[in-house]
Design a protein around this ligand. Structure first.
Ligand code: BTN
Length: 320
């Protein structure tokens, strides 16, 4: 009902609607309307009330509220269930917890802030309140566990395409899953999995996007390495528009992969890549080495031409 009331106010945003009319149209008591309006105000909707004129919706909050996301999405799998937090330790931790408790495929966990956001290689992830998009998606793909890294490539393609579509900022993907603009990081992706030998129980793809963070707001240790979409686009970006565009893109890539395999995702990844063709240093478990990144193979592994042949790198970091 709260959603119906909000949609009704929204359909005549900026205009007063009497309590009597809302009550008649939505078949709800005026006391119940008052309670729902109070709850909407708690969520940040600015709704004015006037004893004779009724209620008027003045402002929708800059929050990633499930109702707002749901209203924009036309997906069939992703975002059908949304777990929303104003502040959480890590959306990946929360997603893993609910995935273990049988949350359906496509469930997403979104937070306005993370107080223990996690990055790759046991690093932290700076996740200030309402300044970025910090979310995780649960997938249960019918792939073998060895194919899981390709889900990260798929997510990187979906995010960079959606960023280009919504903000006009043309980012590049640094293998395996950083999204950069002119060498500075805008997006990080942390994929985690629970699997048996031959079957994936769930994959959690955690995505962190620096959206409306000012340069001076980054902690000193990452400020020189990081940027945000607002800085690069020169304007505030709608987090809601970007999040919904990412979910649309990701679902369309994922259903494409389920139907036809990974080939087209790998092709798109190659076209967004800023790693291929570069002289890179691989910082891996088996020691560091340098070479030219020539391609990714069908598993998503990076192929490096070194003096002694082609090395295949499945995990780790590369510096360009
Ligand atoms: C990286 O190191 O580049 C990966 C960063 C991933 C950050 C995201 S934010 C949402 C999700 N929850 C986390 O704790 N981490 C990921």
């Amino acid at each position: 009902m709260r959603r119906n009331i909000m949609q009704f106010l929204r359909s005549r945003s900026g205009e007063y609607i009497s309590g009597e009319e809302i009550s008649r149209q939505l078949k709800v008591s005026r006391t119940a309307i008052w309670k729902h309006i109070q709850a909407l105000r708690q969520e940040g909707y600015r709704i004015e009330s006037h004893p004779r004129l009724g209620y008027c919706l003045r402002e929708i909050p800059d929050r990633l509220l499930p109702d707002e996301i749901g209203m924009k999405l036309t997906t069939k799998i992703l975002g059908k269930q949304i777990h929303y937090f104003t502040d959480v330790h890590s959306t990946n931790n929360e997603a893993k917890r609910i995935a273990m408790a049988d949350a359906p495929e496509g469930t997403i966990v979104v937070a306005e802030a993370q107080n223990r956001g996690r990055g790759r290689m046991s690093r932290g992830w700076f996740s200030p309140f309402a300044k970025g998009i910090w979310f995780s998606v649960i997938l249960r793909p019918p792939f073998s566990p060895a194919e899981a890294p390709k889900c990260t490539l798929m997510a990187a393609v979906a995010v960079s395409s959606a960023i280009q579509q919504v903000t006009g900022v043309a980012c590049g993907i640094k293998w395996p899953n950083d999204i950069l603009y002119q060498g500075k990081k805008i997006v990080g992706i942390l994929t985690e999995m629970s699997a048996e030998i031959d079957v994936i129980n769930y994959i959690v793809i955690g995505i962190g996007i620096n959206v409306n963070i000012g340069q001076e707001e980054f902690p000193a240790e990452i400020s020189g390495l990081s940027t945000s979409l607002a800085i690069e686009a020169g304007r505030k970006i709608s987090r809601l528009d970007l999040l919904t565009a990412i979910l649309q893109q990701l679902e369309s890539l994922y259903t494409g992969v389920l139907a036809n395999g990974f080939a087209s995702v790998l092709g798109e990844w190659r076209s967004h890549s800023i790693t291929l063709g570069q002289n890179v240093e691989v910082l891996g478990g088996t020691g560091n080495f340098t070479g030219i990144a020539v391609d990714i193979d069908n598993d998503g592994a990076l192929l490096i031409q070194t003096g002694s042949g082609v090395e295949k790198v499945l995990a780790g970091d590369v510096s360009i």
